[in-house]
Design a protein around this ligand. Structure first.
Ligand SMILES: NC(=O)C1=CN([C@@H]2O[C@H](COP(=O)(O)OP(=O)(O)OC[C@H]3O[C@@H](n4cnc5c(N)ncnc54)[C@H](O)[C@@H]3O)[C@@H](O)[C@H]2O)C=CC1
Ligand SMILES: O=P(O)(O)OC[C@H]1O[C@](O)(CO)[C@@H](O)[C@@H]1O
Length: 379
């Protein structure tokens, strides 16, 4: 049986990427630090993916196993030597931490076989695989790096499926939305995985997804949090917030249409489709999950700041994006380490300094000035 290794046996790992591999006839080895999940995978050897619909259609995912990257390093290295694909869905901040072990697996493999290995990071981040590749290369010697050519390939990708925090965290089963899209950038002739879409240029796909699904989601999460809502669908039921989401996606949409020559009508239909996905009440998706890690989300290349800076450069409106950034700065959820850190930074040095440090926005920039204005109105 063909083998794949996937780092991150969480919601997207089990509910999306691992499931697609299993359904395409692969044996999936999940690598994670969560001992309970690893044990359950090895005991049960299967789990269920349930759709968040009326009927809760269910698929059984077979041929799965688990390894712990902290205590089973040699086994992980061996699994990498036997795999066709090596994927991640672990969170962008964790990639540097897993790269050394991935590098050891790759180093072992390229001296054992000429079979090709395809590495794909499935994270909400532009160029996540490029970033992972650099961390892996930093852990390889020159001879090994030379052996990568023709043996190890790195492809960027965009992943889109809403998988909320699972209510029953004792179970491996995962509730997911029916919709999914996995776009992978390559011109190689790679083994087909059902559900994977291959494109030669990812930029329009990942920007369209990140600046529509993720920007829209973030606006709902931060405004919902500020207004005392607990889930995404409840927040969207608030007409004023729904209008704000549309106004923000009009700004990202105007940028995307201009930048990539998208058909305006098609793009605005895409926005409507995405907003309808957010209304799915079966997902019971918490605003604190969707708003998680606000420092990452306020990064210069991420879903709020990048479309604002690109819109400004293109001479387009960015007022609603500035409001979204201001709302993110007001996310003071105490259980989120990044939210706590941002609040401490704001208290110490003020918003302009935080935007300079976290978002790379000059203190006197038009965007910073607009965010400050919106922040005062929102707080
Ligand atoms: N949940 C969603 O709807 C979507 C998530 N994504 C992206 O997928 C990635 C994963 O997200 P989720 O699956 O939601 O997160 P998750 O928290 O459910 O899963 C992450 C997994 O990584 C494991 N992990 C954390 N640190 C680790 C380490 N040092 N070594 C080994 N394993 C470690 C955790 O134990 C957990 O099982 C993120 O980049 C996210 O942005 C992308 C699209 C949709
Ligand atoms: O996973 P992130 O990057 O924290 O972003 C929040 C939300 O964006 C989505 O990944 C949508 O693709 C959500 O399901 C998700 O959790």
């Amino acid at each position: 049986m063909k083998q794949t290794v996937h780092f991150g046996a969480g919601n997207i790992g089990r509910g999306f990427i691992g499931a697609l591999f299993s359904e395409s006839g692969y044996h999936v080895t999940f690598v994670d630090i969560a001992e309970q999940i690893i044990n359950q995978l090895n005991e049960q050897k299967s789990y269920q993916v349930k759709l968040a619909t009326d009927q809760q259609e269910t698929t059984t995912i077979n041929h799965v196993a688990g390894l712990n990257n902290m205590t089973q390093e040699n086994e992980v290295i061996e699994a990498i030597t036997n795999a066709t694909y090596l994927t991640t869905a672990i969170g962008p901040n964790i990639l540097p931490r897993i790269a050394p072990l991935m590098a050891r697996g790759i180093a072992e493999r390229v001296y054992q076989t000429d079979e090709k290995l395809y590495v794909i990071a499935c994270e909400n981040q532009i160029g996540a695989t490029d970033i992972l590749e650099q961390h892996i290369l930093d852990n390889l010697d020159e001879d090994t790096k030379e052996r990568l050519a023709g043996r190890v390939y790195f492809f960027n990708s965009a992943v889109d499926r809403i998988v909320p925090i699972q209510e029953d965290n004792e179970s491996l089963d995962v509730l997911v939305e029916p919709y999914y899209e996995w776009v992978v950038e390559t011109e190689e002739d790679i083994p087909v995985i059902e559900g994977m879409t291959i494109v030669s240029e990812l930029a329009p796909f990942i920007e369209r997804k990140l600046f529509t699904v993720n920007t829209g989601h973030a606006v709902i999460a931060y405004l919902g949090y500020l207004n005392g809502k607990s889930t995404i669908d409840q927040t969207l039921a608030d007409e004023a917030i729904a209008q704000q989401v549309e106004a923000t996606l009009k700004e990202t949409g105007d940028y995307l249409v201009k930048q990539y020559g998208l058909n305006e009508e098609d793009h605005f239909n895409y926005i409507k489709k995405i907003i309808n996905r957010f209304k799915n009440a079966y997902l019971n998706d918490g605003v604190t999950r969707v708003g998680r890690a606000p420092m990452r989300k306020l990064g210069p290349e991420d879903r709020l700041v990048r479309p604002a800076t690109e819109a400004q450069k293109a001479g387009l409106s960015f007022t609603n994006l500035a409001k979204a950034i201001a709302a993110a700065l007001l996310f003071d959820h105490q259980e989120d380490a990044e939210a706590v850190k941002i609040q401490a930074m704001i208290k110490e040095n003020g918003i302009a300094k935080v935007l300079q440090e976290v978002s790379n926005l000059p203190e006197d920039s038009e965007i910073t000035q607009e965010v400050i204005k919106q922040y005062e109105l929102l707080k």
